[in-house]
Design a binder for this molecule. Structure first.
Ligand code: DHB
Ligand code: FE
Length: 280
């Protein structure tokens, strides 16, 4: 049977992708950020999972205001890095796992989560930047990826509790896949950031750090954070943090924190990163 062995949380700031693509990881600005991913790169290179269920949001790239699925799943064979306005990132095409993805779609929909099935879509910085953070600049990505997309761009996004419940359903779905697969789940986006309006540049370090603490010690409290609290405390784009709750919900009640990194700023964003072991 397939099983979820670990969860990873990571921000997905597009400027991080540009820094990797232009060999800038050792510059004064970027070194402190990338240093915090060194532990994870070593950990994951020792025993890469077979598949990553990568929870991210599309930023009006594959979708736009004509089509806004709340939850979607990428069932394609592969996913091209998208052109987000400056040409596609020079990173490998992402290989999917259509058999697992279709199994997840079937299991989740019959479990009463109405997933939109994507048979073809390009992936933006929300998916490729976390891969670059974890693997650097490989010729081919060392893992297969099942993308799970969440609308956090156009109001109303799903609640944190709904995200958590989807995570629990993903765990059930993975555990009913009849193949021996080591599966990780990654929750991406966040942490505090607001990219527009008078509060652009907002960062709330105490909230971010308490969120990371509670992800381990009191995740139930995070399920009840309402949208307005995210908007007020961590900015309009801070709402991306609900995607971390899908990851956490999929790990089961007890996790062990293996690694944590927090860095301000990368572009306009507070970068948070955690690795949680689910095998306890
Ligand atoms: C930035 C952060 C994001 O999460 C994003 O999707 C786009 C831009 C930023 O900080 O620049
Ligand atoms: Fe984003």
């Amino acid at each position: 049977m397939a099983r979820i062995t670990a969860g990873v949380a990571a921000s997905h700031v597009p400027a991080i992708g540009a820094a990797v693509d232009h060999n800038q990881e050792s510059t004064e600005y970027w070194k402190p950020l990338f240093d915090g991913f060194g532990w994870t790169r070593e950990w994951i290179s020792k025993e890469p999972p077979d598949v990553v269920i990568l929870v991210y949001n599309d930023h009006a790239t594959a979708f736009d205001l004509r089509m806004i699925p709340t939850f979607a799943i990428g069932c394609g064979d592969s996913f091209r890095p998208a052109d987000e306005g400056f040409g596609a990132r020079p990173v490998p095409v992402v290989q999917g796992h259509p058999e697992l993805a279709w199994h997840l779609a079937e299991s989740l929909i019959l479990d009463e989560f109405d997933m939109t099935v994507l048979n073809e879509h390009d992936v933006d910085h929300g998916l490729t930047v976390p891969l670059s953070l974890m693997f650097g600049r490989p010729e081919a990505w060392p893992v297969k990826v099942v993308p799970v997309l969440v609308n956090v761009v156009q109001y109303p996004p799903p609640t944190g509790n709904r995200c958590w419940l989807l995570g629990e359903a993903i765990r059930r779905a993975v555990e009913s896949f009849d193949e021996n697969l080591d599966v990780q789940i990654w929750g991406t986006g966040g942490m505090s950031h607001q990219l527009q309006g008078p509060r652009a540049g907002l960062i709330n370090t105490p909230f971010d750090q308490a969120f990371m603490d509670r992800l381990v010690t009191d995740p139930d409290a995070l399920r009840r954070i309402p949208h307005l609290e995210y908007l007020r405390e961590v900015g309009t784009e801070g709402i991306e943090m609900v995607m971390w709750l899908i990851m956490r919900g999929a790990l089961g009640p007890d996790v062990t924190e293996l690694h944590r990194h927090y860095h301000v700023p990368a572009s306009n964003t507070a970068v948070g990163h955690m690795v949680l072991d689910a095998s306890a």
